[in-house]
Every structure is written in structure tokens, then in C-alpha cells.
Design a protein around this ligand. Structure first.
Ligand code: ATP
Length: 260
């Protein structure tokens, strides 16, 4: 079953064709790697998928809880559709604690209304208590529980990236978009991240699309890899197929293939 279908998608910035006529379907439960050289259009693709940019032409359709089409995509609505995202430049509330960063993620999906919160009705307290318990569980899974009272800005870089993913999960997404989750991580942190991503796919029944330059991570966890170049989708296949694709090796992978 597909969860995302992209049809003839293009995005121009003035004369720059950042995304050129992309067609792709993403299957439920897969981990998809999005790779390609700098400027290939990967982040623009994420920004289109999350409604930050509107396409110059083409269609994006999600098949999540309900069918969502391009015209419905607005950044502030994305979370409610079951789509969560992390950013290349980590976006945390840096002067808040680790725990509060997660609790904010939970608030994005609270069902009680503003009136209930204002009047402090039982539904408000129940939701708050649940969020607290769930936040602690999530932090434990991410090995961040002993840092729950630290300010986000004081965490090492690798932990900040993990915290951003944990916060995204608090919104209970069906589709998770990760923009360079291993950037700035050392090899040990990257290996831990690999296990974490595999675990969250199972535990949260997720579909994951990740942009990543770390080929060992991509080739080890992805079910399918998409290769972008100059805004085009130039190759699509299993990690093995991609690593043996002459065109991809020439354009992008080069020597890196040997190291995987
Ligand atoms: P990287 O790996 O370096 O993050 P990328 O594959 O994510 O690169 P994009 O950031 O999507 O590539 O950029 C694709 C092209 O679109 C580039 O030529 C970039 O300069 C251009 N571009 C992206 N956003 C804008 C914008 N808001 N205005 C003008 N040009 C843009």
C-alpha cells in the first residue's frame, strides 16, 4: 500500500529548476534513502512534501488517515495529517529542557480544546499526565532519560539530533522525514542512530524518508534508495542496485562505494 504518491512534480526558483518532473510512489513501512550531490534538490523536495513550498507544477498525494492533496498541504497542518520532520539545521527550543522539548511535541496532538485547558477540566489533566509518562518512555528509549532536566543547548550535538527525532515522534506521525540525521555524528553515534531508526520504524509502524550523505547509514538501513541529480530522479532501487549502478557511481558515489 502506498502512503505517498508524487506525480510530475516540478519546482522552479526563477531560472533554477530545483525539482524536475519527479514521479515516485512510497510504500508503507519502508525506509527510503534520498541521496545526491549538494544542490540536487533533496531539501527542496522535503519542503514541497511539507507544504513549505508550493510546486510549480505536479501533484503530491498522501494516503495516510485520509487522502491529502497538494492544495491541503500547509506547514502548520502537516503534524495533524501524521507527517513529522526534522531539519538539516537542528531546530530545538534550545533554552528549554530536554523533557519540555518532548512535551511540546506531545502538545501538537492533544485532543482537549483550549477551553478545557483554560478551565483545567479532567481531560486536560489526563492528557498532561499521559504526555509526561510517554515523554519519559521516549527519552528512555533514546538513552536521554538521565539528561531530561538539562537545557537542550547543552547537549552534545549527536544527542540534540536524537532529541529532535524523539520530539518528532511525540506527534505520533505515520510518515517521518529526516533531513541528514547523521550529520555531525561520529561513527559510534551513527551506528546507534542506525539501530534507533530501525527500532522506531517497528515500534511506531512508520514509513521513513531520510536525506543522508553518510552512505554506510543509507546502504545499511534503507529498503529503497532514490538518487537525485540536478533536480532529476536519476535512479531508484535497492541499496545493492544503487551501489552497482554505473551512472550513480560516476555522478555521485565514486570511491565511497568501496567503503560501504
Ligand atoms: P544539500 O545536499 O546541499 O542540502 P540539496 O540536494 O538539498 O542540497 P536544495 O537545497 O534542494 O539541494 O537546492 C536545490 C537547488 O535549488 C539549488 O540550486 C539551490 O540553490 C536552489 N534553491 C533551493 N531553495 C531555494 C530558494 N528558496 N530560492 C532560490 N533557490 C533555491
Amino acid at each position: 500500500m502506498w502512503v505517498l504518491s508524487v506525480n510530475s512534480l516540478s519546482k522552479n526558483f526563477g531560472g533554477i529548476k530545483a525539482i524536475r518532473n519527479i514521479n515516485v510512489n512510497i510504500e508503507k513501512g519502508n525506509i527510503i534513502g534520498l541521496i545526491g550531490p549538494n544542490g540536487a534538490g533533496k531539501t527542496t523536495f522535503f519542503n514541497l512534501l511539507t507544504g513549505i513550498y508550493s510546486p510549480t507544477s505536479g501533484e503530491i498525494t498522501y494516503n495516510l488517515d485520509s487522502k491529502i492533496r497538494t492544495k491541503d498541504l500547509k506547514p502548520h497542518k502537516i503534524v495533524h495529517y501524521g507527517i513529522a520532520r526534522t531539519f538539516q539545521n537542528i531546530r530545538l527550543f534550545k533554552d528549554m529542557t530536554v523533557l519540555d522539548n518532548i512535551l511540546i511535541g506531545f502538545h501538537n496532538r492533544f485532543k482537549y480544546g483550549i477551553g478545557s485547558a483554560f478551565l483545567r477540566l479532567p481531560s486536560y489533566y489526563k492528557a498532561e499526565a499521559n504526555a509526561y509518562e510517554n515523554a519519559l518512555e521516549l527519552l528512555e528509549k533514546f538513552n536521554l532519560l538521565d539528561k531530561k532536566d538539562e537545557l537542550a543547548k547543552n547537549l552534545p550535538y549527536g544527542d540534540q539530533r536524537k532529541l529532535e527525532i524523539a520530539r518528532a515522534l511525540a506527534a505520533k506521525p505515520k510518515l517521518l522525514l529526516l533531513d541528514e540525521p547523521a550529520a555531525g555524528m561520529n561513527p559510534i553515534e551513527t551506528k546507534e542512530l542506525r539501530e534507533l531508526i530501525n527500532w522506531i520504524r517497528e515500534a511506531f509502524d512508520l514509513t521513513i524518508i531520510l536525506i543522508e550523505h553518510d552512505m554506510s547509514l543509507v546502504m545499511n538501513i534503507c529498503d529503497e534508495v532514490l538518487v537525485f541529480d540536478y533536480g532529476n530522479l536519476v535512479a531508484q532501487g535497492t541499496p545493492e542496485e544503487i551501489q552497482n549502478d554505473e551512472r550513480v557511481i560516476k555522478a555521485y558515489l565514486g570511491e565511497e562505494v568501496e567503503e560501504c
